[in-house]
Design a protein around this ligand. Structure first.
Ligand SMILES: Cc1ncc(COP(=O)(O)O)c(C=O)c1O
Length: 466
């Protein structure tokens, strides 16, 4: 434990293990990096001087200078003209309210948080039947540490589904089952070398997961045709994380010409990570097949059951090019030795029995009505909201004119127990983001939508913003 003596700099808990094989300067750098990432050291705060910290820790000053130098190079610290060292703002991982909230104690009566399907419609009986059947069929040996990347039966069922519905070239051998798309991104971050780009705006959680794994993604702008491939090509990234079927969060669909450009960009040595997170839902047009189906050797395809069944299941998958499968299997094995076998057997039965298709058909009828209710309520009560993107997925994004008091509206909504998610965290530079909201409509009823948006309209009028 280090205390920063009489200086006004923060006290730091950094534990150094002198018996460890890890060098002390490395332990110190790791400890400080964790403190910045976890928010224990807040952005802008002053670090203890190298003299004070070395005295507190009982290590040489050179060692502290080395650790500070390393973290400065990584962007976690910066030196000021006055000679002190401060915590930088860039790489701190501060979870937005949505991620911090405790779902066991919902604080909201009307929850427009995006990303959730209708949780009350999770087909519990069909899931139980699938689980029972799966348990009856499975060999005892498969309950062991047998397949960190997933049971063969589960990978085969997922491959059949992806081939059939998304045109994915899915070889079960090249599938890694994982804990949602989020773990897929984390595992990829550990396996890929070289600079990685992602859409800006893009999914804030994926940006954080990458940063948490040591990658600061290069932001690539998005317009009405999807990701700007010219901007991608003029940068130095050799991997890009993108959401072509329904850009997150804007909802635009990657145009045909951009698809071609993106595939041309992906020369050997380059990689597209295709996050196909809500492709099951298209309400006004035929779905376009996955990019992976055109270039399986240059695309990692990612999907999950978070938008179709429930995020809490944590069931996801990646289909990966041959040259990456070894590294990704190892990464999954080292992360958690494999996803729960119980979930895998239930899901593969659920797929094979047709229950998944039946559930999706039902939801595809339900969600457009909710989306239309939201559109109608917005045009009536918040006419300045510009709706972006295609009729697809389980959320829609709205943008308001510059100066619209979005933070105040969000605050007043929360007071009225209505949860809203602002658009700003999706931008690499949230301060420069246009005022906007990402509205989930699948987990709210039509009457909740009508009541909720009416209240928002009232609040906007009180704020003089209609
Ligand atoms: C862009 C995007 N990708 C993927 C996901 C799904 O993540 P997971 O499968 O880890 O729940 C979400 C969920 O909100 C998302 O918005």
């Amino acid at each position: 434990m280090a205390t920063s003596g009489t200086s006004s700099a923060p006290e730091l808990l950094v534990e150094l293990d002198r018996n460890s094989k890890v060098a002390l300067h490395r332990q110190l750098a790791d400890g400080l990096r964790d403190a910045v990432r976890s928010g224990r050291l807040s952005p802008g705060s002053r670090m203890p001087s190298t003299r004070v910290l070395s005295a507190d820790l009982g290590v040489s000053r050179r060692l502290v200078v080395e650790a500070y130098g390393q973290l400065t190079a990584e962007g976690f610290l910066h030196s000021t003209p006055g000679g002190s060292t401060r915590v930088a703002a860039v790489d701190t991982v501060t979870l937005p309210d949505r991620a911090r909230s405790d779902p066991a104690r919902p604080r909201f009566d009307i929850d427009f948080a995006p990303g959730s399907p209708d949780l009350a419609s999770l087909p519990r009986q069909a899931w139980l039947r699938a689980m029972r059947q799966g348990l009856a069929d499975i060999e005892s040996s498969e309950f062991g540490y047998v397949a960190p990347h997933g049971l063969r039966a589960a990978r085969t069922a997922v491959a059949d589904y992806l081939r059939r519905t998304r045109g994915v070239i899915a070889d079960p051998r090249l599938i890694v089952l994982c804990s949602g798309a989020t773990q897929a991104i984390a595992l990829l971050a550990r396996c890929l070398d070289g600079p990685l780009a992602m859409e800006d705006p893009g999914f804030w959680l994926h940006r954080m997961v990458l940063q948490h794994n040591g990658i600061d993604p290069l932001p690539i702008s998005v317009d009405d045709n999807g990701i700007d491939v010219d901007a991608l090509a003029s940068g130095e990234a050799d991997t890009v994380l993108t959401t072509p079927a329904h850009q997150s969060p804007t909802g635009v669909v990657l145009s045909a010409s951009r698809r071609t450009e993106l595939l041309e960009w992906a020369q050997p040595g380059r990689l597209i990570i295709e996050d196909d997170y809500d492709a099951e839902y298209r309400y006004d047009r035929a779905p376009i097949g996955a990019l992976q189906g055109v270039a399986p050797d240059r695309v990692v395809y990612i999907g999950s059951t978070s938008k179709t069944l429930a995020p809490g299941l944590r069931i996801g998958w990646m289909v990966v090019p041959e040259h990456l499968i070894g590294r990704l299997r190892t990464a999954k094995s080292l992360a958690d030795t494999g996803s729960s076998v119980m979930d895998q057997i239930a899901f593969s039965q659920f797929l094979a029995s047709g229950a998944y298709d039946r559930h999706l058909r039902q939801m595809r009828r339900r969600y457009p009505a909710r989306r239309n209710a939201l559109l109608a309520a917005l045009s009536r009560h918040l006419p300045r909201a510009e709706v972006l993107g295609a009729a697809a997925g389980v959320h829609l994004t709205v943008r308001f004119p510059t100066g619209f008091p979005i933070d105040e509206l969000t605050r007043r909504a929360a007071e009225a127990r209505i949860r809203l998610e602002p658009l700003a965290p999706c931008y690499a530079d949230p301060a420069a983001a246009p005022p906007g909201l990402i509205l989930g409509y699948a987990n709210v009823t039509e009457s909740q939508i009508a009541r909720g948006v009416e209240m928002l309209g009232r609040a906007a009028r009180q704020l003089g913003a209609t």
